[in-house]
Design a protein around this ligand. Structure first.
Ligand code: FAD
Length: 432
């Protein structure tokens, strides 16, 4: 049974969200545009606007929709979440207003999955309530895409673990109440069992933020960056700070990244749609050589290609969400990687065309397009570079195949033709 429609009751919620995000949330993007603003609990003005908006979301039963009912979310599942994230993707602030901002979402998921009762009470509950911000500290200055190259160490010392090493691009480190840190605990173990994950309160002695780095989209002319370059200098945490068991760091990281990638893909559909809407409005508004831009064939090609690419991508994301909802854990692995690869390309192509159609205005900071354009490179890197995901896709697909028997491919026509002639020889003979 194939079904492509939304239940009317849920559509009503989506309609409410669309109005709410455009009218009440998007203004925050303009008033507080710095990369760190949604996470900065110290900004009294932004908090005074944010809190009542979060209360409205909670009253609608739309708070933290990535979570199941056991964790205080409505448990809508990934497909409905995808439709919601399309709306949230339009606004930088919207995920914070709806309690679904990364990296807190992924951190909440692994705390729920691997945390002890004490860890959940101390860290997960305030995180879910939106009272605190967290960070995920995995990438290192010398290695990102390949965790097997990580060297930040942790070792037992009495009743403690001691963490020592450097981490790079820990988003929101400067706002975080705690950091989840991946460190090598058994360098001699098999690569995927070498590392463990630790929950480290941000005020633990020895955590030194060397500097906060801004991506080009976050614009450090507005604020310092939000991605912490951190030196963990013999940081001592109690034995029970480990999240999951020793050697489980890789498994914990994997559990976290799948959800993060697909949620990002869902929000990117919304961003692409916003760029597409701008492209169409511009095509109808601007005139050249006695015609609207919309009447030029080149512009029509921009619009048609963008819509086709967006719809293909949207269907891939929705289908991936459906696979996550309906099939066993891990079944969507290849599709999540496909969403990740497609996301960067589709976003690049659609934003580029929208920006180009806006001419000189498109190159300024006077429309959202400049911010979108400068987000393009990060999309192809955050949560793993495109190449790595392509490798995952190809490896998974190739598992379904085996080498041809003999010298020629199994689709080699001469033997297949001979077999076809033999199969229908009796008929051919009759009509010869
Ligand atoms: C906006 C943003 C937020 C981030 N937030 C966090 C965070 O909160 N916590 C955290 O730990 N990290 C974070 N990261 C880091 C992110 O996870 C890494 O950027 C990513 O894993 C890639 O690592 P790298 O930057 O070291 O690039 P590298 O690993 O050095 O890769 C650079 C390039 O090398 C090539 N390459 C690498 N591997 C392969 C391969 N197997 N095959 C072919 N080519 C390859 C690709 O062209 C790739 O783009 C964030 C990154 C961004 C951009």
């Amino acid at each position: 049974m194939w079904e492509f429609s939304t239940e009317p009751e849920f559509q009503a919620k989506l309609d409410w969200m669309t109005r709410f995000v455009v009218e009440e949330v998007e203004p925050l993007d303009l008033l507080f545009p710095a990369g760190g603003d949604p996470y900065d609990k110290g900004n009294a003005a932004s908090r005074a606007i944010l809190k009542p908006l979060q209360d409205k979301v909670k009253a609608q039963g739309l708070w933290a929709c990535h979570l199941g009912p056991e964790l205080g979310g409505p448990g809508y599942g990934q497909l409905k979440l995808a439709l919601m994230n399309e709306i949230l993707g339009r606004s930088y602030w919207a995920p914070t207003v709806f309690g679904t901002a990364a990296p807190d979402t992924g951190n909440a998921e692994i705390l729920a999955m691997f945390g002890t009762a004490e860890q959940r009470a101390r860290y997960l509950e305030p995180l879910l309530d939106g009272d605190i911000v967290s960070a995920f500290s995995m990438t290192e200055p010398q290695a990102g895409a390949d965790p097997k190259e990580f060297v930040c160490r942790a070792w037992h010392d009495g009743d403690s673990w001691v963490i020592d090493g450097e981490k790079w691009f820990t988003s929101n480190a400067r706002f975080a109440e705690f950091l989840i840190v991946m460190a090598v605990t058994d360098p001699d173990a098999a690569p995927h069992q070498r590392m463990s994950m630790f929950i480290v309160p941000a005020d633990t002695p020895g955590i030194e933020i060397q500097r906060n780095v801004a991506t080009m989209a976050e614009r450090d002319d507005l604020d310092e960056g939000i991605h912490g370059y951190i030196r963990y200098r013999e940081v001592r945490v109690p034995a029970d700070a480990i999240l999951g068991g020793p050697g489980q760091g890789f498994a914990v990281a994997q559990a976290r990244l799948g959800g993060g990638r697909v949620h990002h893909a869902m929000r990117t559909v919304g961003q692409c749609r916003r760029a597409f809407d701008m492209m169409c409005e511009r095509a109808l508004s601007r005139r050249t050589q006695g015609q609207r831009l919309a009447d030029k064939q080149a512009v029509q090609t921009f619009i048609a290609d963008s819509w086709i690419e967006l719809q293909q991508y949207r269907l891939l994301v929705l289908n991936t969400a459906w696979v996550i909802d309906t099939q066993p854990h891990g079944a969507a692995r290849t599709q999540i990687a496909m969403c990740k690869v497609a996301m960067a390309k589709v976003y690049h192509d659609i934003v580029q065309r929208a920006l180009h159609l806006h001419g000189s205005l498109g190159t300024t900071h006077e429309t959202p397009l400049a911010g979108m354009w400068m987000s393009v490179p990060a999309l192809a890197l955050a949560d793993g570079p495109t190449e790595v995901h392509r490798t995952t896709i190809a490896k998974q697909l190739l598992k379904q195949y085996s080498p041809a028997e003999g010298l020629f491919p199994s689709e080699h026509i001469p033997p297949k033709l001979a077999a076809a002639q033999e199969r229908y020889a009796h008929v051919l003979k009759e009509f010869a």
